[in-house]
Design a protein around this ligand. Structure first.
Ligand code: MG
Length: 316
């Protein structure tokens, strides 16, 4: 089934998969308290976001920023209409996640051998030995599993990644039982033609576009252009982080994830439904920037929070 399209040739409705509290904060050097993280998630939900990746059950030594996963989830205000998926890197992480009663998990895979070895301590093939029991046990517990596939468009050690390799690894993740595949441009090098080619290649391999999400980084200023390319191919789930949180640890740049505000601004212009109150979101990112002690890299946050004549000041 294809989603209905708006007059702009893009899906009429887009699901924003907000990753700021997980992917964003895990890549920030400042470690925040569980109370601040829970307040961040509550404010994002108040702003209308309905899918909030809440935290990660990775070993605290690897990601000390998210060592308080259980505490953050305990502090969240219960809301029936908001999904709080969590990242689980392995069975130990799944055990911890299951103990908290989460209803949705995600795993993190690599499209390249070099990143798999460095980040997952496994080979390209070997990572599946880690994922298989996680997916099997999560599905047995009725939890949908999303798969992140990192380094889809470029890898700092291997350069350009062959499209066939990405499609092959991505298909294996879907065949394993993951319901959705988020195609990650981990170092932000993708350009729109590459995004087109990747989505087309998955289509030719028999993967319905509804099973794909995109996860672009703005390192080279291409995240929105790539997102628009993906939307025009029918992709209707887009990952982004409020305020553009999460400078990429593999690229020397202050800009990380596509900023949710930048995405919302573009979707508003395209007449795409998304359910987010942009002003409330900007206020949240201005507040979070204060917690982190640095301004948001998002252009839309900067523009809307500036106290210039003719603009509404959102910084107070
Ligand atoms: Mg990211």
């Amino acid at each position: 089934m294809t989603s209905p399209t708006s007059s702009s040739g893009v899906p009429a409705r887009v699901t924003i998969w907000e990753v700021g509290a997980r992917d964003g904060l895990q890549n920030e050097s400042v470690v925040l308290s569980a109370a601040v993280k829970a307040e961040f998630l509550d404010r994002l939900a108040d702003a209308g976001l309905r899918v909030l990746e809440a935290t990660s059950f990775v070993h605290p030594e690897w990601v000390p920023q998210l060592a308080d996963a259980e505490e953050v989830l305990r502090l969240l205000r219960p809301r029936g209409d908001v999904h709080y998926p969590v990242l689980v890197p392995n069975e130990r992480g799944l055990d911890r996640a299951l103990a908290t009663g989460v209803r949705h998990v995600a795993l993190f895979a690599s499209a390249t051998e070099s990143f798999a070895l460095r980040n997952l301590n496994a080979s390209l093939d070997g990572q599946f030995e880690m994922f298989e029991p996680v997916v099997r046990r999560a599905l047995a517990a009725d939890l949908p599993v999303r798969a992140y596939l990192s380094m889809c468009f470029g890898d700092p050690w291997e350069g350009t990644v062959p499209v066939e390799q990405v499609v092959s690894i991505g298909r294996r993740l879907l065949d394993l039982g993951c319901w959705q595949l988020s195609l990650g441009d981990t170092i932000g090098v993708c350009t729109p033609g590459q995004a087109d080619a990747m989505i087309d290649a998955f289509g030719q391999a028999g993967v319905a576009v509804e099973r794909l999400a995109v996860h672009f980084h703005d390192t080279y200023g291409q995240a929105l252009a790539n997102t628009l390319a993906a939307l025009r191919r029918g992709v209707s789930t887009v990952d982004s982080a409020a305020g553009g949180l999460g400078g990429c640890p593999y690229a020397e740049s202050a800009t990380g994830n596509l900023a949710t505000e930048d995405l919302v601004w573009m979707l508003n212009g395209l007449g795409v439904e998304h359910g987010v109150d942009l002003e409330a979101l900007v206020r949240t990112s201005v507040w979070m920037a204060g917690q982190l002690g640095r301004p948001s890299p998002s252009r839309v946050v900067q523009a809307l929070s500036r106290d210039a004549p003719g603009r509404r000041g959102l910084s107070r």
